[in-house]
Design a protein around this ligand. Structure first.
Ligand SMILES: Cc1cc2nc3c(=O)[nH]c(=O)nc-3n(C[C@H](O)[C@H](O)[C@H](O)COP(=O)(O)O)c2cc1C
Length: 367
C-alpha cells in the first residue's frame, strides 16, 4: 500500500468512512452486488435502523477503569465478541480476498466464518489464521458433494460449520439483474467446483450454473443428517423465529445464528434486532447465539449482547475494509468496532461481556 493510500485508510474513523473509501476502489457491479438487498431493500434498511431504536440505559458511578471485551465462543478464547460473517467472492473487494480477511481476523483474535462461495480455497484460508475458522455450508442438491466438502473441511481443520437455512432459493437482487452481474473473469468459486464444471461466469447472484448448490426441499432432517456426519459443531444460520431456534437444537446444532442474510433473501423479514431477544431466550442453556445484520457501531455490539447474543458477526463492514485497503483495511474495520465497543462499555457503566448479558433489558430496551 503506498503512502497516500495508507494515509487515507488511517483517516477512516468510522465504518461509514471505510464504506466511502471502498466504493471508490471497487468496480461498480461488484459494489452493487455487495451493497444490495432483496427487492425493495426494506429489510436491508431496517437491519441498521432497528438497532438505533434500542436505547442504552447507562449506569453511573461504576468503576470502569478495568474492563475487558474478551470472551469465549464454542470453547475458544477470543479477544472480543465479534466475528467475520461469510460473504461470497471477497476477491472482488481486494485481490487478496479471503486471505486478507483471515489474516485480519487472526491479528484481531476473532473468528472468521468462510463462505462456501469463496474465491480462495478453504485450505489456503485455514493456513492464514490460527484463530477459529468456521465454514458456511449450503446443503446442496448433490448431498454427496456436501458430505465430501464437509469431510474435506474437517480434515483441513475447519472448527465449526454454519449451515445456511434462509436460501431455499436465491433472493432477488434487482441491481444484479440490471447489471447482468456475473463472476468476474479469472475468479472461481473454488470450493464448489465439481469435476469438469468450472464456476467462473456461473452467474452467482442471479442463480446461474450454481443453482445446484442450494436445495428448495431442505428440512430439519437434513440438518440432523449433517450434524450426525461431522464431529465439529454445527450452527444453523438464517433463523428469525424462536420455534426454529428450538428446532435447530433438536436437530443436533450447537448454536444458532440469527440472521436474515443481510436483507438479501426475504425482503419484508424483520430486522434481526427485532427478533433477537426472543430467539436468544429460546437458545438459553442449549448453545450459543450469534447475530448479524446492520451492525455498524460498537454500541450495536453492546445492544446485541444485552439482547442475549454471545457474539456479533459483520458482513459488509469487512468487505468495506477489504475494499478500502485489503488486510490493513479489514484490520481497521475490526479495530474500529472493537474500540467503539470498548468505549461503549465504559460509557454504559459495564466492564465485561458477562455483565452486559446479565443486565440484559435493564441496560438496553426500546424505551
Ligand atoms: C455480498 C454478500 C455476500 C454474502 N454471501 C453469503 C454467503 O455466501 N453465505 C451466507 O450464508 N451468507 C452470505 N451473506 C450474508 C452474511 O453472512 C451476513 O448474514 C450479512 O452480511 C450480515 O449483514 P451485514 O452485511 O449488514 O453485516 C452475504 C452477504 C453479503 C453482503
Amino acid at each position: 500500500m503506498n503512502a497516500s493510500a495508507s494515509d487515507r485508510l488511517a483517516a477512516c474513523i468510522s465504518l461509514s468512512d471505510l464504506s466511502a473509501l471502498a466504493q471508490e476502489n471497487i468496480e461498480h457491479t461488484a459494489w452493487d452486488y455487495y451493497r444490495s438487498g432483496a427487492w425493495d431493500e426494506t429489510t436491508l434498511a431496517r437491519n441498521e435502523s432497528a438497532w438505533r431504536e434500542l436505547l442504552i440505559h447507562a449506569r453511573g458511578m461504576v468503576d470502569v477503569s478495568q474492563r475487558t471485551s474478551a470472551t469465549t465462543l464454542l470453547g475458544r478464547a477470543i479477544s472480543c465478541p465479534l466475528l467475520s460473517a461469510p460473504t461470497a467472492m471477497q476477491k472482488m473487494a481486494h485481490r487478496d480476498g479471503e486471505l486478507a480477511t483471515a489474516r485480519a481476523c487472526c491479528a484481531a483474535r476473532v473468528p472468521m466464518c468462510l463462505s462456501s462461495l469463496s474465491t480462495t480455497s478453504l485450505e489456503e484460508v485455514r493456513a492464514a489464521t490460527t484463530e477459529p475458522l468456521w465454514m458456511q455450508i449450503y446443503i446442496s442438491k448433490d448431498r454427496g458433494f456436501t458430505r465430501a466438502l464437509v469431510q474435506r473441511a474437517e480434515s483441513a481443520g475447519i472448527e465449526a460449520f454454519a449451515v445456511t437455512a434462509d436460501t431455499p432459493v436465491w433472493g432477488v437482487r434487482e441491481r444484479d439483474m440490471r447489471n447482468g452481474f456475473r463472476v468476474p473473469d479469472g475468479m472461481h468459486i473454488v470450493n464448489l467446483e465439481r469435476a469438469g464444471e468450472p464456476t467462473g461466469h456461473a452467474g452467482v447472484g442471479i442463480g446461474g450454473a450454481l443453482s445446484w448448490t442450494i436445495d428448495a426441499s431442505l428440512t430439519w432432517k437434513d440438518v440432523e443428517l449433517l450434524a450426525a456426519s461431522t464431529t465439529r459443531p454445527i450452527l444453523v444460520k438464517g433463523l428469525c423465529r424462536p420455534d426454529d431456534v428450538a428446532a435447530a437444537f433438536d436437530s443436533g446444532a450447537q448454536g444458532v445464528w440469527i440472521s436474515n442474510h443481510g436483507g438479501r433473501q426475504l425482503d419484508g423479514a424483520p430486522a434481526t434486532a427485532d427478533v433477537l431477544a426472543k430467539c436468544a431466550l429460546a437458545a438459553r442453556g442449549r448453545g450459543c447465539t450469534i447475530v448479524d445484520g446492520g451492525v455498524r457501531r460498537g454500541i450495536d455490539v453492546l445492544r446485541a449482547l444485552a439482547l442475549g447474543a454471545d457474539a456479533v458477526a459483520v458482513g459488509r463492514p469487512i468487505l468495506w475494509g477489504l475494499g478500502a485497503g485489503g488486510e490493513q483495511g479489514a484490520t481497521r474495520a475490526l479495530e474500529i468496532l472493537r474500540s467503539e465497543f470498548d468505549l461503549a462499555m465504559a460509557l454504559a457503566g459495564v466492564r465485561s461481556v458477562e455483565e452486559i448479558r446479565a443486565l440484559g433489558a435493564d441496560l438496553v430496551r426500546a424505551r
